[in-house]
Design a protein around this ligand. Sequence first.
Ligand code: GTP
Length: 318
Amino acid sequence: MGFFSRLFKKKPKNDKYQMGLHKSRSSFDNLKKLLDESDTINDDLFDAIEDLLISADIGVDTVLHFTNELRNEVINKQFENPSDLSETIVDKLFEIYLKDEFVDTTLSFTEGEVNVFLFVGVNGVGKTTTIGKLAKQYKDQGKKVLMVAGDTFRAGAIEQLYEWSKRAKVDFYQKDAGSDPSSVIFEALEKAKKETYDLVLVDTAGRLQNKVNLMNELSKMKRVIEKALPSQPAETLLVIDATTGQNGMNQAKVFNEATDLTGIVLTKLDGTAKGGIVLAIRHLYNLPIKYVGLGEKIDDLVPFDIEDYIYNLFKGFF
Ligand SMILES: Nc1nc2c(ncn2[C@@H]2O[C@H](COP(=O)(O)OP(=O)(O)OP(=O)(O)O)[C@@H](O)[C@H]2O)c(=O)[nH]1
């Protein structure tokens, strides 16, 4: 049984995706309309499918790979009617994500240890907001959580993180603005070890991926964590703003080189019609998307679930 048939027999697990993906869904509704309104499967139809998927930010390389596979399926299964393609399109997009292997999207967390999650990314992508939202989730599970203000650079960043710590009702560690972020992290980890915290969430200043000295600073922060706690950081998460489209792809490449990422948090999926970036990231960089941001409120961060994601993009197909 194909992925398509299995998926649409089940109910989605998390209904937050339904609202959060409503903009992206419109691109895929247009794809359905195109299949319904076309009479034959020909090159024009394939061109139009490519255009639609590229406009949903799946990425040119990924789309071309996908349409090649789709053309082969049309020949193998001798499809004649464009509407026959619906199931195969969903199945093939799912295969691009899965690549024949299980993708572990859970955050790595060991009970009884000080776990450290380091958040990196360019300016304004939602690092601080994501830390606030995650802090609440772990706090709700009874964990002792410390937020660390490693962004000592941007005016207001420390206060902003502090506000989130109050909202999530977790502890907060800061030094003065302008302090060396690595020394803030080092001291915060000393505190975390002494006071047996379960989880330390480290915010970092937003930085452009082409600023070499700032990328080196990130590598240094990571070394400081590794020295203080040899099995940490458990997670180094790149936060990407889904609305920035293909620039996010470049960020994934460069940040991965500097810090050896363990995964991605994709924010602001609710604000874009280009939700296809999930597939492009997976196809090109093999980095798991672990969480997605689907709104600005504290509860609008959910674990990434490929089935809920595809279900809600392709709802209009059924
Ligand atoms: N709609 C929506 N907005 C979000 C989401 N995540 C974050 N935001 C908003 O994005 C804006 C920037 O978020 P921040 O958390 O300040 O971003 P940052 O990466 O810490 O920014 P810098 O410290 O400047 O690097 C804020 O207005 C957030 O409310 C999301 O999932 N959906």
